[in-house]
Design a protein around this ligand. Structure first.
Ligand SMILES: NC(=O)c1ccc[n+]([C@@H]2O[C@H](COP(=O)([O-])OP(=O)(O)OC[C@H]3O[C@@H](n4cnc5c(N)ncnc54)[C@H](O)[C@@H]3O)[C@@H](O)[C@H]2O)c1
Length: 246
């Protein structure tokens, strides 16, 4: 890991987080893959090599666990160059059918967890006068029926991103969000074929994105040559967020 930039990626065991970790690893970052679950985490270190990646089990909703994670980062690496807050969950339902527990869970992981990670990273990045934070929001923050909890949590992530950009810009710490739309993941693959077809047809590009499409933009925002973009939300959604169609 000597001379490599240190990138911490949450929710790295699956889907988009795994693609982001692999992309940053290919660009010579050392990856600390953080997840509550070690589904693919084990293979991560073996596949990428111990000098390129490590896995750390952490529930980002827990203040104590997040503090321990950053203690580990300080002791083992002494710095954090990039933080990608990717871990997130859904518990969809129309509001009249949604339990307050499902509301709390989604806000707790997606918003509070991201906030806890940002708070610890902000202290370190401010002291080292360098940092890139990329928060994974969602196009759904603009509004999606059945996702009042999820959309609100991601709207919170967009707002958090803007506030931190204002607070941290003077310390050379840039904070941006990426808002994915329809992305090919186990969730979208499990949709009935006709439903998926309709969703794809509703896209200006008539296509579905891949986790690698998201990773590409994260890598751009994480790059130290990307120096003058902060507080922005970049959509990776095939143009769906434009809203108008024919
Ligand atoms: N898949 C999509 O189409 C899509 C679209 C828009 C936004 N997103 C966002 O992208 C991110 C990744 O989505 P995905 O589809 O790859 O999801 P995924 O379910 O495949 O992966 C999420 C990962 O987060 C981890 N995680 C969950 N709760 C955690 C916690 N409390 N602490 C630590 N790790 C935790 C899970 O174990 C999992 O490995 C999420 O923030 C999601 O909201 C996804």
């Amino acid at each position: 890991m000597k001379n490599k930039k240190i990138a911490v990626v949450t929710g790295a065991s699956n889907g988009i987080g795994s693609a982001i970790s692999r992309k940053l690893c290919s660009l010579d970052y050392f990856i600390l893959a953080v997840d509550i679950d070690r589904i693919n985490g084990q293979s991560f270190e073996t596949e990428l090599g111990k000098n390129n990646a490590a896995f750390y089990k952490c529930d980002i909703q827990s203040e104590d666990e997040v503090k321990s994670l950053f203690g580990f980062i300080k002791n083992n690496y002494g710095r954090i160059d990039v933080l990608v807050n990717n871990a997130g969950i859904i518990r969809d339902n129309l509001i009249q059918n949604m339990s307050s527990d499902d509301f709390d869970k989604v806000i707790s992981v997606n918003l509070k967890g991201t906030w806890l990670m940002c708070r610890e990273a902000a202290s370190m990045m401010k002291n080292q006068k360098y940092g890139r934070i990329v928060n994974i929001a969602s196009r759904a923050w603009l509004g999606n029926p059945g996702q009042s909890n999820y959309a609100a949590s991601k709207a919170g992530v967009v707002s958090l991103t803007r506030v931190l950009a204002l607070e941290l810009g003077r310390y050379n710490v840039l904070v941006n969000a990426v808002a994915p739309g329809l992305i090919e993941t186990p969730l979208t693959q499990s949709l009935p074929e006709n439903v998926l077809h309709k969703l794809i047809e509703a896209q200006p590009t008539k296509s579905i994105g891949s986790p690698q499409d998201v990773a590409q933009v994260v890598a751009f925002l994480a790059d130290d040559n990307t120096k003058f973009i902060t507080g922005q939300t970049i959509y990776v959604d095939g143009g769906k967020s434009i809203g108008a169609g024919i």
